[in-house]
Design a protein around this ligand. Structure first.
Ligand SMILES: Cc1cc2nc3c(=O)[nH]c(=O)nc-3n(C[C@H](O)[C@H](O)[C@H](O)COP(=O)(O)O)c2cc1C
Length: 184
């Protein structure tokens, strides 16, 4: 199998990390892979905020979980209330991906960039997971200031990175394969 496709099969969401921090070179390689992604009308609208401040990561976790507890969706409420659950899985590096507000397709641009980063991380032996639930923090008024988000940008997603703790490694879910058909 082609190496890139093999890497896609290998990628899985990693939610148990070791304490070891990534090197700046590894982070730059991952972010630069994100930058290579396609974007609507070539807007290149994604912006990356690399957070390695443990206190800030913990604040995001706490503030998001407090909001999640107000949710009317049962499973979100339960996660918000669970002491064991960490929204950012105690990852040593969290990248917040923001999008330029006036871009043609901001969410798609950021999503394409994130997928590139996940695959780059996998190929470097680094674990990662895309965090959509960070919206419970990002929607708060104080979030943009806490993350130093530039005027004209909206933070959309978080992505956690670190080395997988193989002693408690999770498995990759089985993928459905009956999801395509031909028209010809
Ligand atoms: C848009 C999006 C949002 C996600 N949000 C979260 C999240 O908030 N927390 C989390 O632990 N995983 C999150 N994930 C990861 C999914 O749970 C994961 O991709 C899915 O269970 C399939 O597992 P796999 O990535 O190992 O193939 C998200 C994935 C996507 C694409």
């Amino acid at each position: 199998m082609n190496l890139i496709i093999k890497n896609m099969y290998r990628r899985k969401s990693v939610r148990r990390f070791t304490e070891k921090q990534l090197s700046d070179e590894e982070i730059i390689a991952i972010v630069e892979a994100g930058i290579q992604a396609p974007s609507g009308h070539n807007a290149q609208s994604a912006y990356y905020t690399i957070v390695q401040d443990r206190d800030l990561i913990e604040k995001m976790n706490q503030m998001a979980k407090a909001e999640m507890q107000k949710s009317e969706v049962d499973w979100i409420k339960k996660f918000g209330a669970s002491e064991r659950y960490h929204l950012l899985h105690n990852a040593p590096t969290v990248i917040i991906v923001s999008a330029k507000d006036d871009a043609y397709s901001p969410v798609e641009d950021s999503s394409a960039a994130i997928q590139n980063m996940l695959l780059a991380a996998t190929s470097l032996g680094i674990g990662s997971v895309w965090i959509g639930l960070i919206k419970f923090f990002l929607h708060l008024d104080e979030a943009k200031e806490m993350l130093n988000i530039k005027e004209g940008y909206t933070p959309l997603f978080a992505v956690c990175f670190g080395y997988e703790n193989i002693e408690v490694a999770g498995s990759k879910p089985i993928k459905k394969t009956d999801v395509y058909e031909w028209i010809r």
